[in-house]
Design a protein around this ligand. Sequence first.
Ligand code: C2O
Ligand code: CU
Ligand code: CU
Length: 467
Amino acid sequence: GHGPAAGPHAGIDHSTMGQAAPAVALPEGAPLPALVPLANRSREAGRFSGELVAAPVHKGLAEHGKPTEVWAYNGSLPGPLIEAYEGDTVEIAFTNRLPQPTTVHWHGLPVPADQDGNPAYPVLPGETRHYRFSLPSGSAGSYWYHPHPHGHTAEQVFRGLAGVFVVKSRRDPLAHLRDIPLVLSDLRLDADAAIPANTKADWMDGREGDYVLVNGALKPVLALGENERVRLRVYNATSARVLRLALPGFEVWRVGSDGGLIEAPRREAEVLLSPGERAELVITGAAKAGRLIALPYQRGKMMSAEVGETLVLATVAPGPRVASVPLPKRLRRIAALPAPKVKRRVVLEENMADPKAMFTINGKTFDMNRADFVGRVGEVEEWEVINRADMDHPFHLHGTQFQVAARHDGRGWKTEPYRAWRDVVSLPAGQAVKLRFRQDQPGMRMFHCHILEHEDQGMMGQIDVRA
Ligand code: C2O
Ligand code: CU
Ligand code: CU
């Protein structure tokens, strides 16, 4: 197996750095695939009960060539769309048919610590486990689920395991808009159309594929009526790529972040999404075609991989004119968290000289049996997360949503221009953020870099939240 132990420990091979031409071609330009909804087997109101099976399946991805073995939930790429409502109880019967242990992590959701797919609770090959949690009021937002086993998260995600979990509100000010999740994922194929293991460079920089897919398709076409407003839930499900999204010629309004709506729509020319992060956007169809693009982005000071070119992710094709509907001026209220009871510092570092601890948090790599911090249920904490490394390290916390109170761009602290609930924050090299949050349930909660290769190598810690 290519766990982290087989990763960077043998020194760094730069021969694979940089972008090689893709080995095989993928068909492009098909209509945007809709995500397959996960069936709710419960007849009871307020209950969502579904089944997920993770297993290898073969898909004809390459234009001409062999079918590709991917790892998928219920055979779909990306995984099935789970849609439930605030207040619902969710039960997912999950079966592992992979050749290695896995878990299902409910990224961003406030689920009990023992239901959150931590590596401490592996589901072994052949086993079934029932995940159970409820969705509190106020939790409407764009979440996702993906594996989180010890040391193999990156591999399981880049082989295809990731799915969308949307929590809806019964009082959604945007309920009248078509709701379209867009899952952006990375794919690399070798000459046999197989998904290759990580290279040493991938273990350093984080893996980028040859293609960025949208809902599993290359450069799909979204048909949009002229004047039609749609709500896009954009997911960065790549291992490591920072996506600077733009849709030139179109009005793009940001209406939400990871944990649901922001207070009011904001016109944005560009939306930066780091790995693991989501944004809700409202766009309006025009009489002409457009292109959703990812602009070049430099993920740090020392990256030997080039900054890259502009990528076309999808095209927007004009459709028949429809009556225009207004965008509400207010979306919801987000109260600022009160002054923190506890303040902590979390320092992210790289030590290229130590292959066993290249990526550390407060000087340490992950230990499942160590609590890095002890906190209390209901207490507001403020974490100053400082990136002393030469590379971007997007920071993620489990079990709750946080507010970014301020960002330090290397020159000084700046307060955020708007309030939002997030669970991932982009943290460029040399910068820092102040996060505020409260954990409402007890248990061990992980925090880590969401570059999945760094997470697998232990750029991760835990806070033990006590009742
Ligand atoms: Cu999406 Cu602990 O991660
Ligand atoms: Cu998570
Ligand atoms: Cu990292």
